[in-house]
Design a protein around this ligand. Structure first.
Ligand SMILES: [Mg+2]
Length: 232
């Protein structure tokens, strides 16, 4: 394997996005209920807030790329849902959400040791469909290249975003090893453009798809061995 470059997915690969997202929504819901102490607001749940946001994202697909804008609009719609439309309050809730969403994010414990081991030998990058930029999660200066779908307006598993990534990395796709937790977005996406891939399967779930990664790992600390470095 002639690997010069390793691109990493972000959400659920380097940090637990679902955990920080739900935690941030819990804090925002508490604030909403403080500000709007009505029965309908008290009946609101994090699950419902997630559903409202996902529905909105679906409606806006290809139209609005900014995930922050979708989130802000989702709070407006959430307030409409509880019978209290209020754009200023939605903006305030958005601020509360963002404070926790970025302030409380934690990297998985295997990230830094793995990056420390790989960085002297490989060009490392981030390829994400999310919106956690390196400086928002303690990874500033760790990446030689960064590609976010909301900025290039194409998302994984589209071949174009992998091509953009290899261009920014200055390598051939066959030299770029992509690591991610999604069989569809990361593994199949990489495979379609001839890039080798590692499926990060932290929970050891069965692969009931036809998508075959080149490697499957439970921890990022397995990567150095795969690319020919000694164990951590
Ligand atoms: Mg992911």
């Amino acid at each position: 394997m002639q690997i010069s470059t390793i691109s990493f997915d972000g959400d659920m690969t380097l940090w637990d996005f679902l955990k920080v997202m739900r935690h941030s929504l819990e804090q925002t819901l508490a604030e909403l209920q403080r500000q709007v102490p009505t029965q309908r607001a008290l009946e609101l749940t994090v699950e419902k807030m997630v559903a409202i946001r996902d529905q909105l994202a679906q409606e806006m697909k290809g139209e609005i790329w900014s995930l922050l804008e979708i989130r802000r609009r989702a709070f407006e719609r959430t307030l409409e849902h509880v019978g209290h439309p209020d754009k200023d309050l939605a903006a305030h809730l958005n601020t509360v959400y963002r404070k926790h969403r970025y302030g409380d994010i934690e990297l998985y414990p295997d990230v830094i040791p793995t990056f420390d081991a790989l960085a002297p030998h490989f060009k490392l990058g981030l390829l994400s469909n999310g919106n956690t930029y390196p400086e928002r999660c303690g990874l500033e200066g760790r990446f030689a290249f960064v590609v976010f779908s909301q900025d290039v307006q194409v998302e994984k598993p589209d071949p174009k975003i992998f091509q953009i990534t290899a261009e920014r990395a200055g390598c051939e796709l066959s030299q770029m090893l992509h690591v991610g937790d999604s069989l569809k977005n990361d593994v199949a996406g990489a495979k379609n453009v001839g890039a080798p891939s590692i499926w990060l399967n932290r929970e050891g779930i069965p692969n009931d798809t036809k998508i075959q990664p080149d490697y499957e790992i439970k921890s990022l600390t397995e990567i150095p061995t795969i690319v020919g470095l000694d164990n951590l």
